[in-house]
Every structure is written in structure tokens, then in C-alpha cells.
Write a protein that binds this ligand. Structure first.
Ligand code: NAP
Length: 244
């Protein structure tokens, strides 16, 4: 697939580490003008050291007004990836209001906020665009100790469908990539215990977790014009976990 994002301004949230960081580097390699948003300055510094063409945006997505202001400063954006996410893992009976609020603030509410600012500008410019949310297999299947995280990704998937419905007429496509476990810092939170990891792997027909690049490739496809008729889709990157 010959991909070239020359002339495109691309915003990736949660680009300080993990999937978002690798995605930002790849999009820049494909000649996109990349804006990397994250909350920890040192992670962004390290990303910019790796690729000085990437422009950092340091803001906490839990701060609604600061986030809107930060994004208004970098408009127009042609392509958006809502990748930032958190996981507070506890048994259902131990889930706390603080964990719930943090999870929904970052995984759901911030997606609404960021996408509103970006999509309003796309509509004003009549430019169209593509938005990709990073969801999870956890939005479609129950995982032990993931009650709040699963609920947040389920909510994100319904938000996606309504965005696809309302933004589609403006030629803005909205899709999601829904990975299985990837061994980033977040992946290690839930799956470092070899017994838990093995239990999960045994339910994945391909018999392994996903690599970061295996998640980045479908995101790039959904951002690109190669997916020009795909809107409202949640693309599972789960080795067949949800199907079985
Ligand atoms: P990660 O390594 O923990 O990275 C998460 C990124 O999100 C970090 O850069 C972090 O910022 C940023 N972030 C978190 N809260 C933020 C906030 N309040 N404001 C701004 N930035 C914030 O996670 P990952 O594994 O790459 O996950 C990326 C996405 O994939 C998430 O949506 C996650 O739910 C999803 N996913 C992950 C897995 C997995 O197993 N890893 C599986 C399925 C889906 P800092 O750099 O500042 O800490």
C-alpha cells in the first residue's frame, strides 16, 4: 500500500508512549505534519528528539477548556486519532468513583471534546476528514477486572456510531480500531502475570498478543483514502478473540 500524507495535518492524542508514539513516528515518516498530544512533558520531549518534525502539544485531556484551547491553536486538522486512554483495573465490586471518572473522562469525554473542536473546523472549511478512535476488544467482550474499562470502550463505540451518522454527510469518516492486548505500559498493567497472560492467549485463535505495528497499520489504512467508503466501523485487531 503506497501511503503518503504529504500536506495533511494530523493530530494524535496519547502520543507520548505506547501505540500513539509509534503511530506519530510512522505518520511523520509518511510525510504528514504530526501534532503529538500528551500530558507528560518528558515523553513528548523524547518523541521530538526521535523525530524533530513532530510538534508536541502538552495538555491534560481531563481539562476540558485547556484541551479545547490547545487544539484551537493547531487548527486546521485534516486527520485525527483519538488514541489516549487509561485503564483502572479492579474487580467489579471494588471499582471506585474516582477510577470511573478518570476512565470515562479520558476514554470517552475527551474524545467528544477533541472531536467536536476538530470536526467543527472541518465542517467550516468543507474539507472533509477522517477520525479514528482507538477502542478495544474490551468494548465488545467482558474481561475479568475490566468492568469500568469495558464500559468506557463500549460507550466509545456507540459515540463512534453517532459521530459516523452525524459527520458522514460532511464527508468526515469516523472509524475505530479495536485491538487485543498489546504489551505497552497499559498492556503490562493487566497482563504481566504469566498465568493471566496465558489464559488470555489461549482464547486468541492466533495464539499471541498483538504487536504495536499490527495496530498502527490498520489505523493508517482507516486514516487514508484507501478506506474512502468505510464509515462507522470498529475494526477488530484481536487475532479472532471476539469471534470465538
Ligand atoms: P499507554 O502506553 O499507557 O499510553 C497511553 C497514552 O495516553 C500516553 O501517552 C498517556 O500520556 C496518554 N494519556 C493518558 N491519559 C491522558 C490524559 N489525561 N491527557 C493526555 N494524555 C493522556 O497506552 P497504549 O497501550 O498505547 O494505549 C493506547 C490506546 O489503545 C488506548 O486508548 C487503549 O485503551 C487502547 N488499547 C490498548 C491495549 C493494550 O493492551 N495496550 C489494548 C486495547 C486497546 P503520558 O505519556 O503523558 O502518560
Amino acid at each position: 500500500m503506497n501511503i503518503n500524507f504529504e500536506g495533511k495535518r494530523i493530530l494524535v492524542t496519547g502520543a507520548g508512549q505506547g501505540i500513539g508514539r509509534e503511530l506519530a513516528l510512522r505518520l511523520s515518516k509518511y510525510k504528514g505534519e504530526v501534532f503529538a498530544l500528551s500530558k507528560t512533558e518528558k515523553n513528548l520531549d523524547s518523541l521530538v528528539t526521535a523525530d524533530p518534525k513532530i510538534q508536541p502539544v502538552c495538555v491534560d485531556l481531563r481539562d476540558w477548556d485547556a484541551t479545547r484551547k490547545a487544539i484551537q491553536n493547531i487548527l486546521p486538522i485534516d486527520l485525527l486519532v483519538n488514541n489516549a486512554g487509561v485503564a483502572c483495573l479492579t474487580p467489579f465490586l471494588d471499582a471506585t468513583p474516582e477510577g470511573f471518572d478518570l476512565t470515562f473522562d479520558v476514554n470517552v469525554k475527551a474524545v467528544l471534546n477533541v472531536s467536536q473542536v476538530v470536526a467543527k473546523s472541518m465542517i467550516e472549511r468543507k474539507s472533509g476528514g477522517s477520525i479514528v478512535n482507538i477502542s478495544s476488544q474490551a468494548g465488545q467482550a467482558a474481561l475479568k477486572d475490566h468492568a469500568v474499562y469495558c464500559a468506557s470502550k463500549g460507550a466509545l463505540d456507540m459515540l463512534l456510531k453517532t459521530m459516523a451518522l452525524e459527520l458522514g454527510p460532511h464527508n468526515i469518516r469516523v472509524n475505530a480500531v479495536s485491538p487485543t492486548v498489546v504489551m505497552t505500559e497499559m498492556g503490562k498493567l493487566g497482563w504481566s502475570d504469566p498465568q493471566k497472560a496465558q489464559e488470555m492467549i489461549s482464547k486468541i485463535p492466533l495464539g499471541r498478543f498483538a504487536e504495536v505495528d499490527e495496530v498502527v497499520d490498520p489505523i493508517i489504512y482507516l486514516l487514508s483514502d484507501r478506506s474512502s467508503m468505510i464509515n462507522g466501523a470498529c475494526l477488530l485487531v484481536d487475532g479472532g478473540f471476539v469471534a470465538c
